[in-house]
Write a protein that binds this ligand. Sequence first.
Ligand code: NDP
Length: 254
Amino acid sequence: MTGTHSANSSTPVAVVTGGARGIGLAIGQWFLSNGYRVALLDIDADTLMPAAARLQDAGRVLAVHCDVSDPAQVQSAIEKVEAHFGRIDSLVNNAGIAVFKPIGATTFEEWRRVLATNLDGAFLCTQACAPIMVRTGGGSIVNIASISGLRASTLRVAYGTSKAALIHLTKQQAVELGTVGIRVNAIAPGPVETEMAKLVHSVAIRSDYHDVIPLERYGTPEEIASATGFLCSKAASYVNGQVLAVDGGFDAAG
Ligand code: NDP
């Protein structure tokens, strides 16, 4: 094992979905920098493998190709993680896609695809990881939601609905899994500069956000990662079933 942290069988393990780029990759790096071993799951193998190889201390990283909306792929990916690392302590359900369209222009296929990735994915990954966490005494899960799940706005019928449902899923999971030592919380990021934002944030959306975010800027993937890491850490050991908005004050400003 090379790198700045030594690892053994008791070194904690974090699973991050959608870990090939953007917020997921920054979360993976946060875990590595804080002594964890990390499994990055992503649907895009071409981006995932080089991204994992570039991470600081890649010796503690496992990259697994996985579509989180597919039950068989999730089961097989989590089995690979357990076989490789022997335990799972944290899961971050970060994989997500965005379709920003008016209700009338959103196809049923787009609606299904957004819900399957953003909601089914978190359900399936949690179901697969929770029994493994229980075997080592518990764990922590963070679902990456969005301010679009807290407040409705135009163009986000599929995306906003999926994130609102993910927030309620977080509370359901927190209530049930809390009894077996697993804390579940959500982060609701405001706009963050990533490939997803490049894809769906038009000039008009960017201008709107600038006007309503007190900090007057987008967040960075690293700012979402450090808040996620906090919720997974012992420092948050009594935090369960909460939604932490990391949004430059957008939600507070109403
Ligand atoms: P990116 O699109 O930059 O990265 C998301 C990663 O997830 C991509 O590598 C993507 O692969 C992968 N992915 C997509 N679908 C699946 C799937 N079915 N299974 C596994 N991996 C998948 O997004 P961000 O980093 O911006 O977003 C990360 C999370 O943060 C998402 O849940 C998003 O909704 C949320 N968020 C983002 C905000 C933002 O402004 N950026 C604001 C609020 C929340 P591929 O390239 O093939 O699509």
